[in-house]
Design a protein around this ligand. Structure first.
Ligand SMILES: Cc1cc2nc3c(=O)[nH]c(=O)nc-3n(C[C@H](O)[C@H](O)[C@H](O)COP(=O)(O)O)c2cc1C
Ligand code: SF4
Ligand code: SF4
Length: 281
């Protein structure tokens, strides 16, 4: 593999053709961020920090994931006080070479001990995050939060200010370790065990507004949806809710949802989420 001295470079071997591929950013700010997003919050944060952005669903099936840069980070949503399964899998496969490694978890209400546990897991894999922080954003968890109320609560969350602080911390290579109280750690053990299995989407309700446009299949980060004469869910669901939030017809519903209002981060377009998540060839 060839590494450029003038900027970030990451490489992977694509399983489909076995050919080593490289993506390089020449003369950039020498940060590479791997991100996972469903409704755009985490991508908005990654964009704010800047650098070369790589969507985890686009590389998760690659072999020999190896990234070298001055700084490398991951940005993802917290799910059930833990990190999404696909991000976990990615961290088990990826090899980072960097002077500075960071992790940002975006969350809507409470992150539990997600970042602390991530740090523990990193140590077990022989590295550590120099900076592990979380950022309170709009909550997209439909069984608890209602998008209308979330939008109204955004000013109180001071997202702009906090995201800028995180971006500045990272660009200045500041160090921070995740913390969690003993109570939070105990609750995390219980809540993180509740993450749904891959069959979660099979319980979603499809109403007759569906026009078979196929957007749900394109925003699905695990390629779990096929749209033919009907919408079919397989058993590899990440429980990310991208399909529920981003269906243009609002035709997909969760049986426990608080309302039928939906959320997409206004700093991220539907096209960007499709580009990040689509597993359709
Ligand atoms: C399945 C699921 C579980 C979630 N669990 C939590 C949680 O434990 N704590 C929390 O504060 N937010 C939780 N959320 C909210 C998301 O972490 C939050 O809205 C995040 O910023 C979404 O990021 P995204 O827009 O990049 O997908 C959950 C969301 C989903 C879909
Ligand atoms: S995005 Fe909505 S309307 Fe389009 S195929 Fe999926 S469920 Fe149907
Ligand atoms: S089926 Fe829906 S909830 Fe499940 S991974 Fe795909 S987009 Fe996310």
């Amino acid at each position: 593999m060839r590494w450029l001295e003038t900027g970030a470079c990451w490489a992977y071997n694509d399983r489909t053709d076995g050919v080593a591929k490289e993506i390089c950013e020449i003369g950039g700010n020498r940060i590479t961020i791997f991100y996972f997003t469903a409704t755009g919050n985490s991508l908005a944060v990654a964009k704010r920090i800047g650098g070369t952005l790589v969507s985890i669903p686009q590389v998760i099936d690659s072999d020999g994931l190896h990234c070298k840069d001055d700084a490398i980070g991951i940005v993802f949503p917290v799910y059930y006080f833990a990190i999404p399964r696909m991000v976990n899998k990615f961290l088990g496969k990826a090899k980072f070479e960097a002077d500075y490694i960071f992790a940002i978890g975006t969350y809507g209400i409470m992150p539990g001990a997600a970042m602390l546990n991530l740090q523990k897991q990193a140590r077990e894999n022989g590295y550590r995050f120099d900076y592990a922080n979380h950022l309170l954003m709009a909550d997209n968890f439909l069984p608890i939060s209602e998008a209308g109320k979330q939008i109204k609560s955004l000013p109180k969350k001071k997202i702009e200010e906090r995201a800028s602080k995180i971006a500045s911390d990272i660009n200045n290579r500041r160090h921070m370790q995740a913390k969690a109280s003993p109570v939070s750690r105990a609750v995390t053990t219980v809540v993180s065990a509740m993450i749904p299995d891959g069959k979660n989407a099979q319980k979603y309700i499809i109403n007759n507004h569906c026009n078979k446009c196929g957007i749900c299949a394109k925003v699905c980060p695990s390629g779990n949806i096929a749209v033919t004469d009907k919408v079919c869910f397989a058993d590899n669901c990440e429980a990310c809710f991208a399909c529920l939030h981003l269906c243009p017809q609002n035709a997909l519903h969760h049986k426990s949802q608080k309302s039928d209002k939906r959320w997409r981060n206004p700093e991220v377009s539907l096209a960007e989420i499709i580009e990040a998540n689509s597993r359709i060839a």
